[in-house]
Design a protein around this ligand. Sequence first.
Ligand code: SF4
Length: 196
Amino acid sequence: MGSQKEEKEDTGQEIPEQEVQEQEGTEPGEEEVEKLYVRLDREAEHSGYHLNPDAEFTKELLYGLLVNEKRYGYLACPCRLASGKKEEDLDIICPCDYRDPDLNDYGACYCALYVSERVRQGKEEAKSVPERRAPPELRLQGSGKKPRESEGFSFSGKLSKQVWRCQVCGYLCARDEPPEVCPICKAKKERFERFI
Ligand code: SF4
């Protein structure tokens, strides 16, 4: 399981030497990693997700997430190259937009931080996960996100509230504003898009 991280292409996200991190003040302590581990594990189990049961491997990924948080101000995916501009990296803030389809198709997210129930139980192996994220030139073209009508969905009825969709897990809710945090996957408000 833990080897999946090593198979990823070199994204330039190599964690700098400890000395460099100390100089930059980006080295997370063990306590921080443990705290994040406990929180994400609790949230995941509460919502029907599972962290990789290889705790050592999982904590290495959490360390990478915390390094990115200190560097960029948000928990950018530790297996991808973040731009450092939050609006361009929203789709790869953990949990990323690609986690759920990857769990469904491959039994693990791209980094293998999250795994499916069957993988967690050892009933099947996680498959190698190809990168689902579009290359930068395509992503930038689609940066001004449009409501779902533009993707072939149309609704001609009248609703008293707008409908919002969590781009991470697909949760839908009808209200004036999206929720601060998705009740299912815990993604923040900024990860919601207008659905109707
Ligand atoms: S859920 Fe997405 S962002 Fe988080 S570790 Fe997995 S691949 Fe990276």
